[in-house]
Design a protein around this ligand. Structure first.
Ligand SMILES: [Zn+2]
Length: 499
């Protein structure tokens, strides 16, 4: 009888879009081998060159991490299912479990020291006050509580709105972005009239309108290794609403170093994740993913898209966990990893354990202060700066203007668009050929060997991956279009729509 492997969204391009695959084998390793035999393109995502499972890919047998079973030698039974859980974002099983049902005290102030509620506040919070689990004392704890939201985007919007409505006394927001039309599909803190305003200003006015009793402190800055510790120290809970790996690792490490719980959420297309990291005794994000995936392997929401309601669900889970932590009630999402699939309307829960060898929260941590997270995540430094300053182009890149010049001069580079067909419908470079990145491993033979190839996507990330792949299979004359179709539209063909 075959077993099922659940394929996460970022890897579905490599399984002909299948969400689950039936495979045969007697051990976890055999099931994975059967999977990669059928879908060869998956192999390099799951295994490193020396044949080891990559350490940013976690594999679960039912709800157990195979690292705590017998890894790839773990035997499987009929009906068992395997889940591959890559980041989209060790052996001491007892400590995390011990915290379940025993939430840590986040705000250990004596009841007498808590702020009192005004008549207006009592009226406003009456639906809380009549519940014994909250009551007057609980509401006063919320008023004394403070939460720092990293980002006022998709996750930060619903989270901050519900936290404000619930009466959290002080909400901090770290963001340096400006509201754009493409945000409005999901970032409910901001309205059409706010387009062009800073997200901080827009968020502050929306939250103050929701609840004038809440103090909203905004920080118009990117979170960095220089400012994170100081910012975090001032708050009870940190709510991670980031959309990139450097900031996610930075938030995690800074939470561990300052001892602040991290209400974590992440979203991609139709799938979301949530957990609570970095509580005393509980696991942190690095216990799950010690290292980030190489750049380009996991597309961002700007590249992969996100269902507008999805951050609503995940952001509200983060807010719920935050409120529970501040009240000290219920069973927090500590040592548990929630995965939500909107298409199937299904929640799955995986067990997380604190890794004694975790580089930041383990017994002998190697990360004892904040590091350079851009470098840690392997990101090339400042491609945007190169754009604005007009710095010299690397020999692996071509600019849209130079590509246009070549075309006008009668040279005919083969333009390979590696986006998805629905993106190609929105805009394209005339004469380009579409092969989505996930199909490239089995379709690259369709490409000409005797012409210069220019890889292109929306912004340049996926096409860099395609370029790398083509070089690995022997293509020598491949350049990546800098800035993708968006820069092409800006610099060459403004008649086309942007997305
Ligand atoms: Zn850890």
């Amino acid at each position: 009888m075959p077993n099922t492997i659940h394929i996460p969204t970022p890897l579905r391009p490599f399984t002909d879009k299948h969400e689950s695959v039936e495979v045969n084998g007697a051990t976890v390793g055999e099931l994975l081998a059967d999977l990669t035999k059928r879908y060869d393109g998956l192999r390099k995502h799951l295994y490193s060159d020396d044949g080891k499972l990559r350490n940013f890919v976690n594999v679960y047998l039912n709800d157990e991490d195979i690292r705590y079973l017998q890894r790839e030698q773990t035997p499987v039974k009929a009906g068992d299912s395997l889940s591959i859980v890559p980041s989209v974002a060790g052996g001491a099983p007892t400590s995390a479990e011990a915290t379940v049902g025993n939430p840590p005290a986040i705000n250990p102030r004596a009841i007498a020291d808590l702020p009192t509620l005004s008549q207006d506040e009592i009226k406003r919070y009456s639906r809380h006050l009549i519940m014994p689990e909250v009551g007057m004392d609980g509401q006063r704890k919320l008023k004394a509580g403070s939460v720092l939201c990293i980002g006022a985007g998709g996750l930060g919007s619903p989270a901050a709105m519900y936290l404000a409505a619930a009466g959290i006394g002080r909400i901090g927001i770290v963001d340096f972005d400006v509201v754009d039309f493409s945000n409005l599909q999901r970032q409910l803190l901001h309205g059409t009239k706010d387009v062009g305003r800073t997200k901080n200003e827009s968020a502050k006015s929306r939250l103050n309108d929701l609840n004038p009793h809440v103090q909203v402190d905004t920080y118009e800055t990117a979170l960095s290794s220089q400012n994170a510790l100081q910012l975090f120290r001032d708050y009870d809970v940190i709510l991670d609403g980031t959309d990139n790996f450097p900031t996610r690792y930075l938030v995690n490490d800074a939470c561990v170093l300052t001892g602040k719980p991290n209400a974590y959420g992440s979203i991609f297309r139709f799938e979301g994740q949530a957990s609570v990291f970095a509580t005393a005794g509980g696991p942190c994000y690095r216990c799950l993913y010690p290292e980030p995936p190489p750049p380009g392997l996991v597309p961002s929401c700007a590249e992969g898209g996100v269902l507008g309601v999805l951050p609503g669900i995940i952001g509200v889970i983060q807010a719920t966990e935050t409120v529970k932590l501040i009240l000290g009630i219920g069973e927090p999402l500590i040592g548990r990893f929630m995965i939500y699939d909107a298409l199937r309307m299904r929640f799955r829960e995986l067990k997380l354990r604190k890794d004694p060898e975790c580089p930041v929260c383990g017994t002998n941590p190697t990360v004892t202060k904040l590091i350079d997270y851009e470098q840690f995540c392997g990101l090339r430094p400042e491609p945007q700066q190169a754009q604005t300053t007009g710095a010299a182009v690397n020999d692996w890149e071509i600019t849209p203007v130079d590509l246009k010049k070549k075309m006008d001069a009668g040279e005919t580079p083969f333009v390979l668009d590696v986006r998805e067909p629905n993106e190609y419908q929105i805009n394209k470079i005339a004469g380009s050929t579409l092969i989505p990145l996930g199909e490239l491993p089995r379709r690259y033979q369709e490409l000409p060997r005797d012409r210069e190839i220019v890889t292109q996507c929306k912004m340049g990330g996926r096409s860099a991956k395609a370029q790398e792949f083509l070089k690995s299979v022997g293509f020598t004359n491949v350049k990546n279009l800098r800035g993708g179709i968006l820069e092409w539209i800006d610099k060459v063909d403004p008649s086309q729509p942007k997305y």
